[in-house]
Design a protein around this ligand. Sequence first.
Ligand SMILES: *Cc1c(COP(=O)(O)O)cnc(C)c1O
Length: 376
Amino acid sequence: MGVPYIDLRVGYEDLKAEIDAAVSRVLAGGCFVLGENVEAFEEEFGRWLGGVEVATVNSGTDALYLALKALDVGPGDEVITVSHTAVNTALAISKVGARPVFLDVDDDTYCMDTEGLERARSDRTRAVMPVHLYGHPADMDPIMAFAGEHGLAVIEDCAQAHGAAYKGRAAGTIGTVGCFSFYPTKNLGACGDGGAVVTADSGLAAKIRSLANCGQGQQRYLNVYKGDVSRLDEIQAAILRIKLKRLDEYSDRRRRAAAVYHRGLAGSGLTLPVEREWGRHVYHLFVIRTARRDELQSYLSTRGVRTLIHYPVPVHKQPAYADETGGMVLPVTERIVKEILSLPVFPEIDQAQLSQVIDSILGFVQENPDCLQPPS
Ligand SMILES: *Cc1c(COP(=O)(O)O)cnc(C)c1O
């Protein structure tokens, strides 16, 4: 019996009766976009985050893109972010015509190395876009202080961090805006694409709602902005409302699975994820590191354990970004992408599956004692 990297069917089966009924209600109701489920989900997600405005959109990428657009970031502007992330973070910046300026990441949390902020700043810098990668928050205090000092917006990429917290505050509620993805594999996942921008600024939320709906203002067919079409649909919103009620439980289950990995792999010589004292990790991914990553991955694969690499090629090394980043060196990013490996973790993963992953890894470590050398 193998261990899948993720199995979205199990989560659906658990909620099948409720999801099928909700989807049927939407279909029978005849309202498929801009309806009561979207409105209710925005209210419920905002309340779950501790009281913020929510503007739903069609994807996490669009959440980042429309947040930048609403903040009037555009051609000629620069946005400081990280290269060690899903390429979508940078794509959103490129889409408004701005230039991403890439910082290296912290060797422990794999999030933005805030030491580099001042050096990355120019008179074109308009915003900072930290990513709460793998479900661990970026160190927000230095970022907020830097942004405050220079009048910059802070756009939190929370696509992997639903339920993560920084010093007790929910990820997404610390910066100017927080941007979430509801892609099926995320911690709160729809059965299709979806995303949301959250903010305490109700004017900004209203502008993003308008931008996502062609730029229409209060009055129908009267456009105040040259907007986009990026709406969450009613079926996805209905499904998200059902899953939101379980999100805290899903986070707890991810944390329990991570605790099992931590116990099972302690002393293996592999580098395990850290949870800093100021952060709550929601383990969107459980990422280990070893200098013998490729061999470990194929060893696990022959034992039926599926793993992935997030991400093998950092954005500044992507062919699509070669024209902007040629010659750029980010030492930590470039080293860790050769050593990282994402183990299976999802709310429904069971003890037998976790044990199989752990036993397989320990088998590899036993056969390859030089694995005990700390990574380069
Ligand atoms: C998934 C992801 C996105 C993009 O979300 P989509 O809904 O797929 O557009 C952006 N940033 C990060 C860090 C992600 O993991």
